[in-house]
Structure formats: C-alpha cells, structure tokens
Design a protein around this ligand. Sequence first.
Ligand code: PLP
Length: 390
Amino acid sequence: MQFSERISRISVSSTAAVVQKAEKLRASGTDLVDFGAGEPDFPTPERIKQAAIEALSRNLTKYTATGGIAELRRAVVERHAKDFGSAYAPEECLITVGGKQAIFEAIAATVNHGDEVILPSPYWVSFLDIINYAGGKAVILPLREEENFTLRAEDVEKLLSPKTKLIIVNSPNNPTGGVVPPEEMEKLLALARRRGVLLMSDECYCHFLYDGRKPFSLGSSGEREHLILVGSLSKTYAMTGWRVGFALGSQKLLANMLKLQSHSTSNPTSFAQWGALEALTGPQDSVRLMREEYERRRNRIVAGLRAIPGLQCTQPAGAFYVYPNAAHYLNQNGLGNVTALAEQLLEKAGVALVPGPAFGTEAHFRISYATSQERIDEGLRRLKAFFASL
Ligand SMILES: Cc1ncc(COP(=O)(O)O)c(C=O)c1O
C-alpha cells in the first residue's frame, strides 16, 4: 500500500507517544510519576457532569447543527465578552471538537502549498505537523531562553515575506509557560493588519496566569479580518476528554472552516455541548481554585528544579508547564541527547516527561505539573537522585 505524500509529512504526536509509553509501564505495575500528560488532574466539576447526564436523559443525543448548538455559541461569546471585553456575535463563533480541530481547520482553510507560517519556538507540537499537512512552510522563530522565551513583534516582522500567510501565537505557552505581554500582542496584531496576514491566537490556557497577571485577549480589539482566536474548555474546566473547543473570528473564515467540519466530524458530541454550556454559564469558582492550586504547584516545582545543580529553569508565568534546560548533563555518561535522557528517566527513575525535540529545542524537557503536590515532591526527589547519579 502506497500511502499519500500528505500523510507522510506528519507523525504521531510525540506527547501522545510519551503518554502511551507511560501507560504501558503503569499497567505493568511501575510506580510512575507522570509529568508527561498535558491535562488537568482535577475531575470535571460535578455541575458540568450533571448537565451532560441531564442532556442524555432528555434524549439530546442526535446530530446538532454542525457548528454547535446556538445556546453554546451564545454562551461562548458572552463568557468571552465578560472575561476579556470582546464583542463577538454568536455567528462569529464556531464550536469544534476541541481547540485542536479549530486550529486544524483554520490552517487548512487558509494555508496554500508553499505559504509561510511564522511559528515561534518552542511551539506546541501539533502546530508544526498541521502546517506541514496543509503543505505550508513553517518559518521558525527561536525565542530566547534568557528572556523567558518572550515573543517580540519586531522579531516576527523580520521573518515576514510576501509568502507569509499566517502568524501563530500561543500565550500562555505550551511548553514553556511563557506569556506574551498585552502590549506585544497588540503590536503583533498591528503588524498582521499592516502586512495583510492572519494572526492566530491560541488561548487554550488563557485562564491560567500567575503573579497577579490579568487575563487578556486580543478579542477586545474588535479586529475580525486579521485575527482568529482559538479557545478550549479542555484545560479551563478540566474537560480534556469531552472534546469541546471553539474559534472566534470573521464569519467568512468560520464558514470555510465549517465546510471541513461538515465533511469530517460533523457536530461536536451533542451532550458534551450541553455540559460545556453549563461550564460556561454556571459559577466560575472552579477556574479560580484550579488557577490558585496551579500557581502553588508552579512555585514548588520551580524551586525544586532550581535546587538541582546544573539544571536551568525559567519561571513560567502561565499554563501548567515548566521547561528546564538539561544541556549541562547531555554530554555526560554517553547520554547523548535529551530524548535518551527522558528514556532513562522513565526506565530508571520512573518519571515520565516529554523531551524538547517535540517542541523544537534540543536541550530541554517539558514537565507538566498538573499533578498533586505529593506527586510533584516525589518526582522532584527522583529527579534529584537521578541527576546526582550522572
Ligand atoms: C497550546 C495548545 N493548543 C491547543 C490544544 C488543544 O486542546 P484541545 O483540543 O483539548 O482543546 C492544546 C492541548 O494540549 C495545547 O496545548
């Protein structure tokens, strides 16, 4: 069987690969500290689960409108307006099967063969594969670790060419936890407008900001033509398995994304949408409680990692990841590269994490601290012992 040229341009998400490997070890009885999975350890709040159960009881189990139930589209724009001061109409919202589908559809609907897409690195692994699948060319912008991986519009501008179609920004960032300051986001949008390109802002972690930072979205700018926002309920409400996300943008772009959705998944699962409606319209204290807990965990894990001699660790301002640099250890004891280091950590120390090449850098690894403080402490203890033994 000869597979398509298109499919050969991409590979299985390496974060998914780590999760699978960790799962196998766990099944064989290994006591694993799992820093690999990029998902909240909290259960979905009860009120959201009850709303979905009620939807099932009411037989809301049929196809819905492809772009999502009207109630949910309205709830998304109203929540976004409340949280960020935006003013989207329900027709400017598309409900998708997770934020990932919105990203896939937006790239597929806009990027032609040979078009360039500016992608700051470290980047979330799927951006690159989706760009490649669409036939686009990712133009990588390496961010400086010394500057906390902060994205600057002037650096993006230097990479723009007549072939640039799209700029991708993800703040708070997976995998670094870096946050782009609002002034810089505004400069990026001004640049996109001036140069006639589209800016995609992935806001999947927008509620997890620390040290008193205020939630911010470019949605408040009123821009439609040059901006597409991607959001998700996965992290905000601990709903990763529900698969509900959304896009906010111009009706023209959304109509083209909807075409793809209508021929692939059709609507996101009906009762998951009813659960999502409760998530967005009910009390929001679960979001605050999760944010506060993530901030405590961040403080604990960063302090612990910084106490390991030779590891460098920037201070993440959001999301639930840290991205330490292990360059100091890589050429010791024949370890060679960070992927080999991650494999040894898994096999010898029982710690699962994702090596940096998945995110475009060679000497880092990503730790997801969406796990209990007790597991964080155990993981730190194992990391410390492992690095001391090298
Ligand atoms: C940066 C980023 N964007 C988008 C997503 C997609 O999440 P979902 O499809 O679950 O909404 C993820 C998930 O890990 C992510 O890390």
